[in-house]
Design a protein around this ligand. Structure first.
Ligand SMILES: Nc1ncnc2c1ncn2[C@@H]1O[C@H](COP(=O)(O)OP(=O)(O)OP(=O)(O)O)[C@@H](O)[C@H]1O
Ligand SMILES: [Mg+2]
Length: 513
């Protein structure tokens, strides 16, 4: 073992965190700790317990478990002590390793994978849990009650590639600030240069490869937490606010609401927001729909907007103009929703409509920068209960059922999503839920809203890259926006004519026309 691994091995803390760079020997370190403890040879854990020990070795996916954790664990188990283990690369559903310890008793190392969902992390007594790479916060939460009760310990070996996630907020920052109770937490950093098997050429190569992505490089080389250069949003807790029903009603009665939509069969996102008297946008509601028909989706949106008493006049739901067909179809679905009077007589159709915002991929960066800007200035807040109680499937597609997640998809994206860096294919293996397979739909939706509603004011003299975002104008009412007629052209006009502005006008069909 190299000196950093040895140092970590001898640490006596309830929760031990290796925040180390890539290829620094984290996984090796974790495997050695687990095997040593199972055998009864660990300098710390075996002072607390003698075998038989029950341990968990957890990866983000079964694939990683089979390909990385299992072979690494087997490397360190003496042949004559291995009683039973799955054969690597056999896709076995058996995930138990049994080891005869020095005292003759039998320890057990059970495989786990975060993709099973957090509820699989409740169990009877476990002495030692090893998490390889950053697991979802829900997994951590699920484990705590049992660990607390039984005095279990954890080891986590992580390259903090995802930046300032729950790990930073809940673990690293409090530890750094000396706010964790003595003996509970230990964090360690190590870099590539700590691993004697890595040649300087390899480090130079990585540095070259990631020269445009300094935060990734920091994390990969040294295991430092940095804000990823990927398109992530950091919504502080102070901007996740409790709003009573009464207050909600008041907000919608006074402000002009705005909504955004992002189409997709597997992932369809809708967000509703309303400005408050401080000029902040308050995101109040979301609908995340997977594999539902357009009629169901339109009805859900209609019901939500009706509940919030949103008047259809001057209210638009903004969607990406790259989906004109989707927009037409959902508007047709709105038109099929019949409005009845209390006596059950049909008096009209739903008047809510989607309209297009010019939002081609090129402006993602601007949209996100603007969002970040709004968030950092406190101009964007989210109702804490947004999307509460809804259950959606992470990673669902035609081949996979996905993993159920409860709660807001928007907040989940804000907390977890990182824009995949296409110029560095390796990043994606580290993204647990694979951002390419399960993208940032709510964020796209939010961008459409933001790009539409906040117009950039002339920039201050600011040599900054995104000077245009330095100042952001307050809300304008829909009427005001309508007055800027040059920005609105009737549907059917050529793209050229709309290129300078940002919207198309989609007529409402219906009773009054
Ligand atoms: N003490 C050591 N001395 C020499 N080589 C080591 C040492 N520890 C680990 N290695 C080797 O370094 C390489 C990386 O180790 P390991 O896979 O444990 O790192 P990691 O930090 O988990 O990497 P990744 O970021 O890819 O998950 C492996 O080839 C491993 O065998
Ligand atoms: Mg590893």
């Amino acid at each position: 073992m190299h000196p950093k691994q040895l140092q970590a091995l001898h640490v006596d803390a309830k929760h031990k965190w290796y925040f180390w760079g890539n290829q620094t020997g984290k996984t090796t370190g974790g495997a050695v700790e687990i095997v040593a403890a199972s055998l009864g040879r660990h300098p710390i854990y075996n002072k607390i317990w003698q075998p038989a020990l029950t341990c968990w070795a957890s990866a983000l996916s079964w694939e990683l478990w089979e390909k990385i954790l299992l072979p690494e664990l087997l490397t360190w188990i003496p042949r004559d002590r291995l009683i039973k283990a799955p054969t690597p690369h056999q896709h076995s559903s058996n995930r138990e390793i049994l080891i005869r310890a020095d005292n003759g008793r039998i320890s057990r190392i059970t495989g786990k994978a975060a993709e099973q969902g957090a509820d699989k992390y409740q169990s009877a007594r476990v002495h030692l849990v090893w998490l390889d790479e950053e697991h979802p916060e829900a997994v951590w939460d699920e484990m705590q009650p049992r660990l607390l009760r039984h005095g279990g310990r954890t080891i986590a070996t992580i390259t903090p590639l995802k930046g300032l996630t729950w790990l930073f907020r809940r673990v690293y920052e409090p530890w750094k600030l000396g706010k964790t109770a003595a003996g509970t937490t230990f964090c360690s950093h190590a870099g590539l240069t700590d691993n004697p098997s890595i040649k300087p050429e390899e480090i130079a190569l990585l540095a070259e490869e990631l020269k445009h992505n300094p935060s990734q490089l920091e994390a990969r080389l040294y295991g430092h937490f940095t804000k990823p250069t990927g398109l992530c949003l950091n919504l502080p807790d102070t901007q996740r606010i409790e709003i009573s029903d009464k207050e909600l009603e008041r907000l919608f009665a006074r402000g002009q609401p705005i909504a955004g939509i992002d189409f997709g069969a597997w992932r369809f996102a809708f967000i509703l927001g309303v400005p408050d008297e401080h000029g902040r946008m308050v995101l109040t509601d979301e609908i995340y729909s997977q594999r539902e028909t357009l009629d169901v989706r339109a009805q859900r949106i209609h019901d939500l907007l009706t509940l919030r008493k949103v008047k259809p006049e001057n209210f638009w739901i903004w969607g990406d103009c790259a989906n004109p067909q989707d927009i037409m179809e959902i508007n047709a679905a709105f038109a099929r929703i019949q409005i009845k009077d209390p006596a059950g007589k049909i008096v009209g159709q739903s008047q809510y409509r989607v309209t297009a915002v010019m939002a081609e991929n090129k402006i993602i960066k601007v949209g996100v920068t603007r969002l970040e800007n709004l968030i950092s200035r406190g101009a964007l807040v989210v109702r804490r209960a947004i999307g509460a109680y809804q259950v959606w499937m992470l990673g669902a597609n035609s081949a996979r059922a996905g993993v159920p997640i409860e709660g807001s998809r928007l907040l989940w994206e804000i907390d977890n999503w990182q824009y995949p860096k296409t110029d560095d294919a390796k990043v994606q293996k580290d993204v647990p839920d694979d951002a390419t397979a399960d993208g940032a739909d709510m964020m796209a939706t939010l961008r459409y809203m933001v790009m539409t509603w906040w117009k950039s004011a002339p920039a201050e003299v600011h040599a900054k890259e995104h000077a245009e975002d330095a100042k952001v104008a307050p809300f304008r009412s829909a009427q005001e926006r309508e007055k800027e007629s040059d920005r609105y052209v009737p549907m059917g006009h050529s793209e050229e004519e709309t290129a300078g502005g940002s919207t198309w006008h989609v007529p409402r069909f219906g009773t009054e026309e």
